[in-house]
Design a protein around this ligand. Sequence first.
Ligand SMILES: Nc1ncnc2c1ncn2[C@@H]1O[C@H](COP(=O)(O)OP(=O)(O)OP(=O)(O)O)[C@@H](O)[C@H]1O
Ligand SMILES: Nc1ncnc2c1ncn2[C@@H]1O[C@H](COP(=O)(O)OP(=O)(O)OP(=O)(O)O)[C@@H](O)[C@H]1O
Ligand SMILES: [Mg+2]
Ligand SMILES: [Mg+2]
Lengths: 257, 257
Amino acid sequence: LGSVIPIANQKGGVGKTTTSINLAASLAALDKRVLLIDLDPQGNASTGLGIDKDDADNTTYDLLMGTCALEDCVMETSCEGLFIVPANGDLVGADLAMANMPKRELLLNQVLNQYKGEHFHFVLIDCPPTLNLLTINALSAASKILITLQTEFYAMEGLTQMHDAIRHVRANLNENLSIDGILLTLVDRRNTLDRQVEKEVRAYYGSQVYETVIPRNVRLAEAPSHGIPIIHYSVQATGSVAYLSMAQEMLERESIE
Amino acid sequence: LGSVIPIANQKGGVGKTTTSINLAASLAALDKRVLLIDLDPQGNASTGLGIDKDDADNTTYDLLMGTCALEDCVMETSCEGLFIVPANGDLVGADLAMANMPKRELLLNQVLNQYKGEHFHFVLIDCPPTLNLLTINALSAASKILITLQTEFYAMEGLTQMHDAIRHVRANLNENLSIDGILLTLVDRRNTLDRQVEKEVRAYYGSQVYETVIPRNVRLAEAPSHGIPIIHYSVQATGSVAYLSMAQEMLERESIE
Ligand SMILES: Nc1ncnc2c1ncn2[C@@H]1O[C@H](COP(=O)(O)OP(=O)(O)OP(=O)(O)O)[C@@H](O)[C@H]1O
Ligand SMILES: Nc1ncnc2c1ncn2[C@@H]1O[C@H](COP(=O)(O)OP(=O)(O)OP(=O)(O)O)[C@@H](O)[C@H]1O
Ligand SMILES: [Mg+2]
Ligand SMILES: [Mg+2]
């Protein structure tokens, strides 16, 4: 498997799912083979890619409980080169079920290491809005983490908790965990607050912050109701251009490492 | 204690904290004594009301762990009639700590029942964006739940999971739990998607949906950076008018019961 990249932030509604779907689709459009693992009990990434969650044979829940191998959970999507492990309501309360399992933080890491199927350049993981065992599993299995950040007042305060969690995982579970970057989403530069927060984040986190920002664009909110990523819904929309350019920037950052 | 009302939705970023702070402040402005319990490890409601979280003696974590009584956790805010039990990072991972405690779902209910301090007309609870033990504790202690809903595509799919959780709590932990209502937030009626979702929600949930909707209003996103509710930041803003009218509607619904 290639780079395993959770898309995480315990702050809710900051574009994690929208980034998971559209970054995955953009990387696939740039000829990469991409697997998206939906680790959120809400299953928004699965729905947003047109998957009928109640129809899926094996889901992320089955994967974590060890009742099926990764190669048996991977489903095709309507996008060439993009595959998904879907999530449904079974995942609600999974963290409680996992609490008393041995190596409870490393369950996902274990199944990814045992994967014997066709190679993926990228494995993206859509995380739930909470620092629970599901998110800790994603961080423990990760090569690097992508943090999506809305330019809102509460953004900076959430970052310190996320950095604490990253330090804890790096010290105890995954010494290779690094930060891929911070992606600013839902940005509306007409608002003073947005401009102020962007300035603060760039001043504090420097080159960790992606040059590309994702603007607020209603096409991004509409695309999931059609079950397709924005590049297949409206390729000339500002949201499409932004995610394609962000995918390219990710590849450039990857090649510099 | 009066009505205990969690403000909940496992979907992230749908205005739970914004509603907790501004509904609490509006009820206080209408001469009610209100307690806001911050049950979110992010502690956004505490910060949004100007509380220095690291300065607080007793927090929601201490309350749940039983190391202090409710009357010892209540702090004043800058608003007359509005009090808070603050939250800080101690609450991160509290659900794992609670997982093996007896009556783990009823810890909050227990401390509320033992309260011996001055009467509150309302106890509002700001919930985290996940159906974990913290949110289950809030539902188990509740008289009725207020669900905030953003008019977005993912909104409807989240509601079914919330209703499942409510049915589970009502059957096993709190037979009196009812739904106070569904409040539409971040509404921008210029968008077709917003109008479509609003129509669907009202058609499906009928009178459970508040007449008052909370419009998208940048003053609501700015107020927390000043540590005050919107009615003290900019009383003529559309966000202030909306929350005052919503508070009045809540009181009217309460008197009809
Ligand atoms: N750049 C954008 N422009 C417009 N709408 C957006 C944008 N990004 C996300 N949205 C919309 O905002 C809402 C929140 O985004 P999304 O669900 O991706 O966030 P999330 O962080 O995954 O939320 P959660 O914390 O619940 O998992 C969704 O309705 C989505 O369609
Ligand atoms: N009506 C509104 N108009 C404009 N901005 C709003 C409105 N309601 C909330 N916001 C802003 O949207 C963001 C998300 O709102 P908020 O934090 O209240 O949601 P939440 O459901 O509590 O999020 P979480 O799931 O992380 O707890 C915040 O930056 C907030 O200031
Ligand atoms: Mg999401
Ligand atoms: Mg909140």
